[in-house]
Design a protein around this ligand. Structure first.
Ligand SMILES: [Zn+2]
Length: 136
């Protein structure tokens, strides 16, 4: 298994509503908001439910495990990404349900396939860490 070079780190814009997500990410932990009413996990992180519009949301620890739902290998990047090709952009379906647009990085990124199992990994980015995934 080979490994492509690391991807650039772009510091996220921190939104107060998402503080529980970013605080957990800084500890390399994944938490997801879950609606107290309809029990759905919510992505992207926010303090209301897009399904039933309640603001009764609990922040729950997530497994960090998921399955590649779809992906592409970017061969020609734009801007800061131009120097990092090839790299993988993927939708990962978390075991909790949400589909997350993310990068697959680390060993095995070059052989990733739909249906592959992946796990969360957190890359330092300023005061927090970025959620990405790596093959299991
Ligand atoms: Zn709901």
């Amino acid at each position: 298994v080979s490994e492509w070079p690391p991807l650039p780190i772009l510091e996220p814009s921190l939104v107060a509503e998402q503080a529980p997500f970013w605080d957990a990410a800084a500890r390399s932990e994944l938490v997801l908001p879950r609606c107290r009413s309809c029990r759905e996990f919510i992505w992207y992180p926010r303090a209301f439910c897009p399904n039933c519009h309640t603001s009764m949301v609990d922040w729950m620890p997530a497994s960090g495990h998921g399955t590649v739902y779809s992906f592409t290998v970017v061969a020609r990047g734009v801007g800061v990404w131009a120097d990092y090709t090839p790299y993988v952009v993927a939708y990962v379906e978390l075991d909790e349900g949400p589909r997350v647009l993310t990068n697959i990085v680390g060993p095995g990124a070059d052989t990733i396939r739909i249906g592959c199992r992946v796990t969360a990994r957190f890359d330092p980015a300023g005061d927090t860490k970025l959620l990405r995934f790596t093959a299991i």
